[in-house]
Design a protein around this ligand. Sequence first.
Ligand code: SF4
Length: 216
Amino acid sequence: MDKSISLSVCEIFTSIQGESTYSGLPFFFIRLSGCNLLCNYCDSIYAHGEGRRMSVWELLSVWRKSGLKHVLITGGEPLLQAGVYALMAGVVERGGVCLLETNGSLSVGSLPCEVIKVVDWKTPGSGAGGSFLFENLRFLTKKDQIKFVLTSRSDYKWASGILQKSGLSAFTTVLMSPCPGKIEPAELAAWIVEDRLEARLQLQLHKVIWGDQRGR
Ligand code: SF4
């Protein structure tokens, strides 16, 4: 590994995974700095600025010392930094399970095949609607996950329309999250059941446990 490769890092921490089908498992989190979108519900605005430079070598070493098998690389938008590819490869080569969370606007076509992609598809109500890169659909498999964060009934109708027309659920895992303060989990649950939608309702487990605390 080239020890000179470095990344701008917002924070690293250990916690319980709060999202995706891996929810509930202990994880090592690496949050990279910088984002190319500005969603109106963003809960990690603090990741938009410049972070602390850390080498990929150092990040891998801290992760290994944590004793955790699962790693989530998130942001901000982690794919903005070229060094993230060395980080993903390093986790995979060392036997870790690597998830990468991305906002869907950049290509996921060059990720190592072992990496589990958790891809947002920004809704019209997010303030970043229209940012989704459609070619990303070609790179998703059943182990990957696509996530809609819904801010209203109208966002839900938009997302469920996409599912019904595209058959997305047949080739990847679909997650639907209620945006906190905008729609209630019970409302979204009722809509999904009513429409017999092949989508998994997702709540942010870390917020259920700790509220809106940073580093959780
Ligand atoms: S993509 Fe993620 S980090 Fe960027 S503004 Fe949207 S919610 Fe925040």
